[in-house]
Design a protein around this ligand. Structure first.
Ligand SMILES: [Zn+2]
Length: 401
Protein backbone atom coordinates (compact mmCIF):
# COMPACT_ATOMS: atom_id res chain seq x y z
CA UNK A 1 0.00 0.00 0.00
CA UNK A 2 3.00 2.27 0.34
CA UNK A 3 4.89 0.65 -2.49
CA UNK A 4 6.44 2.02 -5.66
CA UNK A 5 3.14 2.26 -7.54
CA UNK A 6 1.55 4.76 -5.17
CA UNK A 7 0.63 8.19 -6.50
CA UNK A 8 2.52 11.22 -5.19
CA UNK A 9 0.88 12.96 -2.24
CA UNK A 10 0.69 16.73 -1.78
CA UNK A 11 -0.01 17.97 1.74
CA UNK A 12 -0.92 21.65 1.74
CA UNK A 13 -1.40 24.26 4.43
CA UNK A 14 0.06 22.36 7.40
CA UNK A 15 1.89 23.87 10.38
CA UNK A 16 4.95 21.89 11.53
CA UNK A 17 5.72 21.24 15.18
CA UNK A 18 8.09 18.93 17.08
CA UNK A 19 10.56 18.57 14.22
CA UNK A 20 13.40 20.30 16.10
CA UNK A 21 14.67 23.85 16.04
CA UNK A 22 15.66 23.95 12.40
CA UNK A 23 12.18 23.13 11.16
CA UNK A 24 10.12 25.68 9.25
CA UNK A 25 7.51 27.84 10.92
CA UNK A 26 4.15 28.97 9.53
CA UNK A 27 2.11 26.83 7.19
CA UNK A 28 3.84 24.92 4.44
CA UNK A 29 3.24 22.36 1.73
CA UNK A 30 4.94 18.95 1.60
CA UNK A 31 5.18 16.80 -1.50
CA UNK A 32 5.67 13.08 -0.93
CA UNK A 33 6.80 11.07 -3.94
CA UNK A 34 5.24 7.77 -5.00
CA UNK A 35 8.20 6.09 -3.26
CA UNK A 36 6.96 7.42 0.10
CA UNK A 37 9.85 9.86 0.52
CA UNK A 38 9.59 13.63 0.89
CA UNK A 39 10.28 15.22 -2.51
CA UNK A 40 9.78 18.92 -1.75
CA UNK A 41 8.97 21.24 1.14
CA UNK A 42 8.04 24.91 0.85
CA UNK A 43 5.50 27.71 1.00
CA UNK A 44 3.85 26.72 -2.25
CA UNK A 45 4.97 23.47 -3.80
CA UNK A 46 4.03 22.45 -7.34
CA UNK A 47 2.84 18.86 -7.66
CA UNK A 48 2.54 16.42 -10.56
CA UNK A 49 -0.92 16.24 -12.14
CA UNK A 50 -1.64 12.79 -10.74
CA UNK A 51 -0.80 13.74 -7.13
CA UNK A 52 -3.37 13.08 -4.40
CA UNK A 53 -4.04 16.37 -2.62
CA UNK A 54 -4.77 16.76 1.08
CA UNK A 55 -5.61 20.23 2.39
CA UNK A 56 -4.48 20.47 6.03
CA UNK A 57 -6.52 23.69 6.50
CA UNK A 58 -3.88 25.10 8.83
CA UNK A 59 -3.70 22.03 11.09
CA UNK A 60 -0.55 20.99 12.96
CA UNK A 61 1.74 18.39 11.46
CA UNK A 62 4.11 16.46 13.72
CA UNK A 63 6.18 13.31 13.42
CA UNK A 64 3.76 10.35 13.36
CA UNK A 65 2.36 9.56 16.80
CA UNK A 66 3.70 6.52 18.64
CA UNK A 67 1.52 4.59 21.13
CA UNK A 68 4.01 2.78 23.39
CA UNK A 69 1.48 0.47 25.05
CA UNK A 70 -1.30 -1.30 23.14
CA UNK A 71 -2.55 -4.89 22.76
CA UNK A 72 -3.03 -5.87 19.14
CA UNK A 73 -2.37 -9.63 18.92
CA UNK A 74 -5.95 -9.97 17.72
CA UNK A 75 -7.01 -13.60 17.45
CA UNK A 76 -3.94 -14.84 19.30
CA UNK A 77 -5.10 -13.47 22.65
CA UNK A 78 -8.56 -12.91 24.08
CA UNK A 79 -7.85 -9.29 25.00
CA UNK A 80 -6.35 -7.70 21.89
CA UNK A 81 -7.94 -5.36 19.37
CA UNK A 82 -6.92 -5.02 15.73
CA UNK A 83 -4.12 -2.61 14.77
CA UNK A 84 -6.60 -0.82 12.51
CA UNK A 85 -8.71 0.09 15.57
CA UNK A 86 -5.95 2.10 17.24
CA UNK A 87 -3.55 2.90 14.38
CA UNK A 88 -3.66 5.21 11.35
CA UNK A 89 -7.41 5.85 11.62
CA UNK A 90 -6.75 7.26 15.11
CA UNK A 91 -3.73 9.29 13.92
CA UNK A 92 -1.14 6.80 15.17
CA UNK A 93 1.58 5.58 12.79
CA UNK A 94 3.59 3.41 15.20
CA UNK A 95 2.05 0.89 17.60
CA UNK A 96 4.04 -0.88 20.29
CA UNK A 97 2.46 -4.05 21.61
CA UNK A 98 3.20 -4.43 25.30
CA UNK A 99 3.69 -8.14 25.85
CA UNK A 100 0.65 -9.71 24.19
CA UNK A 101 2.94 -12.29 22.64
CA UNK A 102 5.46 -14.48 24.41
CA UNK A 103 8.18 -16.60 22.85
CA UNK A 104 5.74 -19.46 22.20
CA UNK A 105 3.46 -17.45 19.91
CA UNK A 106 5.52 -14.51 18.67
CA UNK A 107 5.86 -16.07 15.21
CA UNK A 108 2.08 -15.78 14.71
CA UNK A 109 2.06 -12.19 15.91
CA UNK A 110 4.78 -11.41 13.37
CA UNK A 111 3.14 -13.21 10.45
CA UNK A 112 -0.51 -12.24 10.98
CA UNK A 113 -0.23 -8.81 12.59
CA UNK A 114 3.16 -7.12 12.18
CA UNK A 115 3.83 -8.00 8.55
CA UNK A 116 0.43 -7.19 6.96
CA UNK A 117 -0.27 -3.98 8.91
CA UNK A 118 0.28 -0.58 7.38
CA UNK A 119 1.31 0.88 10.74
CA UNK A 120 4.85 0.31 12.00
CA UNK A 121 4.49 -2.31 14.74
CA UNK A 122 7.07 -3.05 17.42
CA UNK A 123 6.73 -5.29 20.44
CA UNK A 124 7.80 -5.88 23.99
CA UNK A 125 8.12 -9.66 24.29
CA UNK A 126 6.32 -11.08 27.30
CA UNK A 127 8.64 -12.76 29.80
CA UNK A 128 6.02 -15.50 30.17
CA UNK A 129 6.11 -18.00 27.27
CA UNK A 130 2.36 -17.82 26.52
CA UNK A 131 1.89 -14.05 26.62
CA UNK A 132 -1.70 -12.87 27.17
CA UNK A 133 -3.47 -15.83 25.53
CA UNK A 134 -6.25 -15.83 28.15
CA UNK A 135 -5.43 -12.58 29.89
CA UNK A 136 -5.77 -12.66 33.70
CA UNK A 137 -7.46 -16.09 33.46
CA UNK A 138 -4.45 -18.20 32.58
CA UNK A 139 -1.67 -16.11 34.12
CA UNK A 140 1.56 -15.95 32.17
CA UNK A 141 3.88 -15.79 35.21
CA UNK A 142 2.73 -18.22 37.89
CA UNK A 143 6.11 -19.75 38.59
CA UNK A 144 9.45 -20.47 36.97
CA UNK A 145 7.95 -23.13 34.68
CA UNK A 146 6.36 -20.27 32.72
CA UNK A 147 9.72 -18.77 31.70
CA UNK A 148 12.12 -20.35 29.22
CA UNK A 149 15.34 -18.36 29.09
CA UNK A 150 16.83 -20.22 26.14
CA UNK A 151 13.72 -19.83 24.00
CA UNK A 152 13.41 -16.14 24.85
CA UNK A 153 16.99 -15.57 23.70
CA UNK A 154 16.32 -17.60 20.55
CA UNK A 155 13.06 -15.74 19.84
CA UNK A 156 14.83 -12.41 20.20
CA UNK A 157 17.62 -13.50 17.86
CA UNK A 158 15.04 -14.37 15.19
CA UNK A 159 12.94 -11.21 15.67
CA UNK A 160 15.32 -8.50 16.83
CA UNK A 161 14.00 -6.09 14.17
CA UNK A 162 10.53 -6.29 15.77
CA UNK A 163 11.24 -6.77 19.49
CA UNK A 164 12.19 -3.59 21.34
CA UNK A 165 12.20 -4.92 24.90
CA UNK A 166 10.85 -7.38 27.43
CA UNK A 167 7.52 -6.99 29.22
CA UNK A 168 6.82 -8.15 32.75
CA UNK A 169 3.42 -7.74 34.40
CA UNK A 170 4.26 -7.53 38.09
CA UNK A 171 1.02 -7.66 40.01
CA UNK A 172 -0.56 -10.33 42.14
CA UNK A 173 -3.33 -11.15 39.63
CA UNK A 174 -0.55 -12.57 37.47
CA UNK A 175 2.30 -13.53 39.76
CA UNK A 176 0.32 -14.62 42.84
CA UNK A 177 2.73 -14.61 45.74
CA UNK A 178 5.80 -14.93 43.52
CA UNK A 179 6.57 -11.29 44.31
CA UNK A 180 9.40 -9.47 42.61
CA UNK A 181 11.40 -12.50 41.43
CA UNK A 182 10.08 -12.48 37.83
CA UNK A 183 11.06 -8.80 37.54
CA UNK A 184 14.61 -9.71 38.60
CA UNK A 185 14.70 -12.56 36.08
CA UNK A 186 13.37 -10.25 33.38
CA UNK A 187 16.04 -7.69 34.17
CA UNK A 188 18.72 -10.37 33.88
CA UNK A 189 17.50 -11.40 30.41
CA UNK A 190 17.08 -7.80 29.31
CA UNK A 191 20.70 -7.19 30.31
CA UNK A 192 21.85 -10.24 28.38
CA UNK A 193 19.94 -9.09 25.29
CA UNK A 194 20.86 -5.40 25.85
CA UNK A 195 17.24 -4.29 25.51
CA UNK A 196 15.00 -2.34 27.90
CA UNK A 197 12.38 -3.91 30.11
CA UNK A 198 8.87 -2.56 30.54
CA UNK A 199 7.27 -3.43 33.87
CA UNK A 200 3.58 -3.09 34.59
CA UNK A 201 2.94 -2.04 38.18
CA UNK A 202 -0.44 -2.69 39.75
CA UNK A 203 -1.75 -4.63 42.71
CA UNK A 204 1.19 -5.57 44.95
CA UNK A 205 3.11 -7.74 45.27
CA UNK A 206 5.41 -6.76 43.61
CA UNK A 207 5.57 -3.31 45.15
CA UNK A 208 6.06 -0.36 42.78
CA UNK A 209 8.96 0.58 45.09
CA UNK A 210 10.72 -2.78 44.59
CA UNK A 211 10.22 -2.60 40.83
CA UNK A 212 11.83 0.85 40.64
CA UNK A 213 14.85 -0.42 42.59
CA UNK A 214 15.43 -3.07 39.91
CA UNK A 215 14.94 -0.87 36.83
CA UNK A 216 17.76 1.12 35.28
CA UNK A 217 18.18 3.89 32.69
CA UNK A 218 16.15 3.11 29.56
CA UNK A 219 13.72 0.78 31.33
CA UNK A 220 10.03 1.67 31.44
CA UNK A 221 7.49 1.55 34.23
CA UNK A 222 4.00 1.55 32.76
CA UNK A 223 0.82 2.54 34.63
CA UNK A 224 3.05 5.14 36.35
CA UNK A 225 0.12 7.32 37.52
CA UNK A 226 -2.25 4.54 38.58
CA UNK A 227 -4.55 5.18 41.51
CA UNK A 228 -4.53 1.70 43.05
CA UNK A 229 -4.18 1.27 46.79
CA UNK A 230 -0.61 0.25 47.56
CA UNK A 231 0.62 1.33 44.13
CA UNK A 232 -0.08 5.06 43.84
CA UNK A 233 2.91 7.39 44.02
CA UNK A 234 0.76 9.99 45.79
CA UNK A 235 -0.12 7.98 48.88
CA UNK A 236 3.49 7.39 49.98
CA UNK A 237 6.01 10.25 49.99
CA UNK A 238 8.96 7.83 49.94
CA UNK A 239 7.63 6.21 46.77
CA UNK A 240 7.08 9.60 45.14
CA UNK A 241 10.66 10.62 45.95
CA UNK A 242 11.96 7.31 44.63
CA UNK A 243 9.97 7.67 41.39
CA UNK A 244 11.28 11.21 40.97
CA UNK A 245 14.89 10.10 41.52
CA UNK A 246 14.56 7.11 39.16
CA UNK A 247 13.00 9.32 36.47
CA UNK A 248 15.89 11.79 36.79
CA UNK A 249 18.30 8.86 36.34
CA UNK A 250 16.63 7.69 33.13
CA UNK A 251 13.84 5.29 34.11
CA UNK A 252 10.93 6.14 31.79
CA UNK A 253 7.54 6.72 33.38
CA UNK A 254 4.82 5.68 30.92
CA UNK A 255 1.11 6.39 31.34
CA UNK A 256 -0.44 3.10 30.06
CA UNK A 257 -3.98 4.36 30.80
CA UNK A 258 -5.92 1.10 30.43
CA UNK A 259 -9.07 0.05 32.18
CA UNK A 260 -7.63 0.29 35.68
CA UNK A 261 -4.38 2.21 35.61
CA UNK A 262 -4.76 5.98 35.17
CA UNK A 263 -5.90 8.44 37.83
CA UNK A 264 -6.58 12.13 37.12
CA UNK A 265 -5.86 12.93 40.78
CA UNK A 266 -2.48 11.20 40.78
CA UNK A 267 -1.49 12.70 37.42
CA UNK A 268 -2.57 16.20 38.41
CA UNK A 269 -0.72 16.08 41.74
CA UNK A 270 2.45 14.62 40.19
CA UNK A 271 2.49 17.14 37.33
CA UNK A 272 1.88 20.02 39.79
CA UNK A 273 5.01 18.85 41.64
CA UNK A 274 6.99 18.78 38.39
CA UNK A 275 6.97 15.02 37.79
CA UNK A 276 5.85 14.55 34.19
CA UNK A 277 5.42 11.24 32.39
CA UNK A 278 8.08 10.40 29.81
CA UNK A 279 5.54 8.93 27.40
CA UNK A 280 1.77 8.98 27.02
CA UNK A 281 0.29 5.65 25.98
CA UNK A 282 -3.16 4.10 26.04
CA UNK A 283 -2.95 0.41 27.04
CA UNK A 284 -5.78 -0.06 24.57
CA UNK A 285 -7.33 -3.52 24.53
CA UNK A 286 -10.76 -5.09 24.29
CA UNK A 287 -11.76 -4.17 27.83
CA UNK A 288 -10.42 -0.59 27.91
CA UNK A 289 -11.21 0.91 24.49
CA UNK A 290 -14.93 1.46 24.78
CA UNK A 291 -14.55 2.68 28.34
CA UNK A 292 -12.66 4.61 29.60
CA UNK A 293 -9.70 5.07 27.19
CA UNK A 294 -11.12 5.51 23.65
CA UNK A 295 -7.86 6.40 21.93
CA UNK A 296 -4.46 8.11 22.09
CA UNK A 297 -5.76 11.60 21.18
CA UNK A 298 -8.25 11.54 24.08
CA UNK A 299 -5.54 10.27 26.44
CA UNK A 300 -3.27 13.15 25.32
CA UNK A 301 -6.17 15.56 25.95
CA UNK A 302 -6.61 14.09 29.44
CA UNK A 303 -2.97 14.79 30.31
CA UNK A 304 -3.31 18.34 29.01
CA UNK A 305 -6.43 18.79 31.17
CA UNK A 306 -4.38 18.06 34.31
CA UNK A 307 -1.63 20.54 33.54
CA UNK A 308 0.81 18.98 31.08
CA UNK A 309 1.83 21.62 28.51
CA UNK A 310 0.83 21.16 24.85
CA UNK A 311 4.37 20.80 23.46
CA UNK A 312 5.30 18.27 26.18
CA UNK A 313 2.17 16.25 25.39
CA UNK A 314 3.14 16.07 21.72
CA UNK A 315 6.73 15.18 22.68
CA UNK A 316 5.36 12.36 24.85
CA UNK A 317 3.82 10.65 21.79
CA UNK A 318 6.66 11.37 19.37
CA UNK A 319 10.29 11.86 20.47
CA UNK A 320 9.91 10.31 23.94
CA UNK A 321 8.50 6.90 22.93
CA UNK A 322 10.77 6.93 19.86
CA UNK A 323 13.75 7.06 22.25
CA UNK A 324 12.46 3.96 24.03
CA UNK A 325 12.12 1.92 20.83
CA UNK A 326 15.20 3.48 19.18
CA UNK A 327 13.24 4.94 16.30
CA UNK A 328 15.27 7.58 14.49
CA UNK A 329 13.59 10.99 14.75
CA UNK A 330 16.36 13.07 13.13
CA UNK A 331 15.52 15.12 10.04
CA UNK A 332 11.97 13.81 9.78
CA UNK A 333 11.00 16.95 7.87
CA UNK A 334 13.62 17.01 5.14
CA UNK A 335 13.78 16.05 1.49
CA UNK A 336 14.60 12.35 1.11
CA UNK A 337 13.17 11.32 4.48
CA UNK A 338 10.35 8.77 4.55
CA UNK A 339 7.01 10.47 5.24
CA UNK A 340 5.64 9.57 8.68
CA UNK A 341 3.33 12.26 10.04
CA UNK A 342 0.25 12.97 12.06
CA UNK A 343 -1.90 15.94 11.04
CA UNK A 344 -4.08 17.19 13.90
CA UNK A 345 -5.99 20.09 15.38
CA UNK A 346 -6.48 21.13 18.97
CA UNK A 347 -10.03 22.37 19.41
CA UNK A 348 -12.03 23.95 22.24
CA UNK A 349 -14.25 21.42 23.96
CA UNK A 350 -16.48 20.72 26.92
CA UNK A 351 -16.19 16.95 26.66
CA UNK A 352 -16.28 15.06 29.95
CA UNK A 353 -13.90 12.14 30.17
CA UNK A 354 -13.45 9.49 32.84
CA UNK A 355 -10.26 7.99 34.25
CA UNK A 356 -9.79 4.41 35.45
CA UNK A 357 -11.01 5.30 38.95
CA UNK A 358 -14.31 6.74 37.75
CA UNK A 359 -13.24 10.36 38.29
CA UNK A 360 -14.36 12.81 35.62
CA UNK A 361 -12.46 15.75 34.10
CA UNK A 362 -13.66 18.28 31.57
CA UNK A 363 -11.39 18.38 28.56
CA UNK A 364 -11.33 22.06 27.62
CA UNK A 365 -9.01 21.31 24.73
CA UNK A 366 -9.16 18.25 22.59
CA UNK A 367 -6.60 16.73 20.23
CA UNK A 368 -8.38 15.85 17.00
CA UNK A 369 -6.34 13.76 14.56
CA UNK A 370 -7.14 14.54 10.91
CA UNK A 371 -4.74 12.36 8.91
CA UNK A 372 -2.02 9.81 9.44
CA UNK A 373 0.57 9.95 6.69
CA UNK A 374 2.55 6.75 6.14
CA UNK A 375 4.73 7.02 3.06
CA UNK A 376 2.60 8.31 0.16
CA UNK A 377 -0.61 7.18 1.82
CA UNK A 378 -2.74 9.62 3.82
CA UNK A 379 -5.39 7.95 5.98
CA UNK A 380 -8.30 10.04 7.23
CA UNK A 381 -8.18 9.96 11.04
CA UNK A 382 -10.56 10.86 13.86
CA UNK A 383 -11.03 10.17 17.54
CA UNK A 384 -12.84 6.96 18.52
CA UNK A 385 -16.55 7.32 19.14
CA UNK A 386 -17.37 4.88 21.94
CA UNK A 387 -20.26 2.52 21.55
CA UNK A 388 -23.04 2.79 24.12
CA UNK A 389 -21.79 1.20 27.31
CA UNK A 390 -23.23 -2.19 28.00
CA UNK A 391 -23.49 -3.83 31.41
CA UNK A 392 -21.90 -7.27 31.11
CA UNK A 393 -22.24 -10.09 33.60
CA UNK A 394 -19.20 -12.28 34.22
CA UNK A 395 -18.03 -14.82 36.79
CA UNK A 396 -17.12 -12.29 39.50
CA UNK A 397 -19.80 -9.63 39.02
CA UNK A 398 -20.76 -6.99 36.48
CA UNK A 399 -18.77 -4.48 34.51
CA UNK A 400 -19.32 -1.98 31.71
CA UNK A 401 -17.96 -2.88 28.31
ZN1 LIG B 1 -1.27 -3.54 28.91
Amino acid sequence: MTGENAKPLLLTNVKPMAFGETAQTGTIDILVGGDGKIAAIGQSVAAPADAVRVDGKGAWISPGWVDLHVHIWHGGTDISIRPSECGAERGVTTLVDAGSAGEANFHGFREYIIEPSKERIKAFLNLGSIGLVACNRVAELRDIRDIDLDRIIECYAENSEHIVGLKVRASHVITGSWGVTPVKLGKKIAKILKIPMMVHVGEPPALYDEVLEILGPGDVVTHCFNGKAGSSIMEDEDLFNLAERCASEGVRLDIGHGGASFSFKVAEAAIARGLLPHSISTDLHGHSMNFPVWDLATTMSKLMSVGMPFNKVVNAVTHAPAEVIKLDMQNRLSVGARADFTIFDVIDSDLEATDSNGDVSQLKQLFEPRYAVIGAQATVASRYIPRARKLVRHSHGYSYR
